[in-house]
Ligand binder design. Structure first.
Ligand SMILES: Nc1ncnc2c1ncn2[C@@H]1O[C@H](COP(=O)(O)OP(=O)(O)OP(=O)(O)O)[C@@H](O)[C@H]1O
Length: 388
């Protein structure tokens, strides 16, 4: 069986609008065995050929099941996990090619906000020392009289009082700690912030505040975001465009509105179909797709389409033989920027190919706005892990 690959359609968008250009990125972790020789016996194909572009000023949401490679892709963009193959071009420069002072200068342009601020903030350091440390690490002058003013401004920007400077992380609530993490990221004036599950450790009520803060800061400081999350409601709320990942690859990419209104890849349809809709009349009539089979291991991904082992629409034998790449699709009403990695997406959308072995609750698509949630609230089970 061959694992041939069809040609990917390049993402659309003006070159100058693109801040981050991810091309053919793979991150493969070696699996080693043996006490003495550390023999490589296999690889975890955590990220396995991803192309995406993040435009200046936008929020790109990356969503997918646990273990699909979202965080590893985020780290590859930060060069914390150097790609095994492929390139990440930031503002026209391949980050992997940089060394020394140039690398440090460019690294400042991308900052990370972590899921658990407690583990990313040293509990022995005051907020002032945490912020100053971050700035010094990137070569910024922190000795001048203006530093204190800058620190107060940073705290004000994230909604914390100046008095917070002398306090320690344990003296704050989870939401406040996340604000400190955001202030730390902002302190070096980055262009891109990679936020990895930025609110999943927080209470629902606090999640909305932090999401709203991120949105306000984006406008104020001209920021671009890559938000990695498994919560579909959070991703929908915050993102301009969304990429759906499955087993190391992007299977669908579209504007947030397009993706939720017209999910086309069978995996995305399954994800969104399982998000409860508050309106019972919609809930009763909409499509629900329950996937069969377990998520394959990223150390032994299926050949061909990674999703074919669980896909209700799979076809012999192309799906098992040929890996589909992201491409623009010819489906009525679908924006040309909407890309899908499925050989049969047009035939599935037209109903020419019908699903098999799906749950009995499958209903003809078209009913309802799957995953619709109030703009300002993040309620209801909408996480990928709950869905699958
Ligand atoms: N340093 C590493 N060494 C070996 N395997 C790794 C390493 N980091 C991640 N992996 C594996 O790579 C795969 C993808 O992990 P990753 O954390 O990127 O997924 P994810 O989609 O972000 O999941 P989650 O939401 O659970 O964090 C997983 O199987 C994970 O176990």
């Amino acid at each position: 069986m061959t694992d041939t690959t069809t040609q990917a359609t390049p993402p659309s968008g003006n070159e100058r609008d693109v801040l981050v250009d991810v091309r053919g990125v793979k991150v493969h972790f070696p699996i080693k065995r043996g006490v003495i020789f550390d023999k490589v016996v296999g690889h975890v194909y955590a990220v396995d050929g991803v192309d995406l572009q993040i435009r200046r000023g936008e929020t790109y949401g990356l969503v997918g099941e646990s273990g699909c490679g979202k965080s590893t892709l985020g780290k590859a963009i930060l060069n914390l996990e150097p790609p095994t193959e492929g390139s990440v071009i930031l503002d026209g420069t391949d980050i992997a090619s940089l060394r020394g002072e140039e690398l440090r200068r460019r690294r400042k342009d991308i900052q990370m906000v972590f899921q658990d601020p407690m583990s990313s903030l040293d509990p022995r350091q005051s907020v002032e020392s945490l912020l100053v440390e971050g700035m010094r690490a990137h070569g910024l002058d922190t000795d001048g009289a203006s530093t204190k003013k800058r620190l107060r401004e940073l705290l004000a920007a994230v909604g914390l009082p100046a008095a917070a400077l002398t306090k320690y992380p344990h003296e704050f609530s989870g939401g406040q700690r996340q604000r400190i993490g955001i202030a730390r990221a902002l302190s070096v004036e980055p262009k891109l912030i990679v936020a990895d599950e930025p609110v999943s450790a927080l209470d629902v009520s606090v999640q909305a505040q932090v999401i709203n803060l991120l949105e306000e800061l984006q406008d104020e400081f001209d920021l671009t975001y890559l938000v990695v999350a498994h919560d579909l409601a959070v991703v929908r709320h915050i993102s301009d465009r969304i990429g759906v990942m499955y087993l190391g690859g992007l299977v669908e990419e579209a504007s947030a509105d397009d993706l939720y209104a017209q999910p086309l890849h069978p995996y995305t349809r399954a994800l969104l179909s399982a998000v409860p809709v508050p309106d019972p009349s919609v809930e009763d009539t909409r499509e629900q797709i329950l996937l069969t089979g377990d998520l394959p291991s990223p150390s032994n991904p299926p050949p061909g389409c990674r999703f074919h082992t669980r896909c209700p629409w799979r076809q012999e034998t192309k799906c098992a033989d040929e890996r589909p790449m992201l491409r623009v699709v010819q489906v009525d009403g679908v924006d040309p920027s909407h890309r899908v990695a499925c050989h049969w997406v047009e035939q599935i959308a037209s109903g020419e190919i019908r699903p098999h072995d799906v749950s009995p609750v499958y209903v003809t698509p078209g009913g309802g706005d799957a995953g619709a949630l109030d703009d300002d609230t993040f309620t209801g089970p909408a996480s990928v892990t709950e869905v699958i």
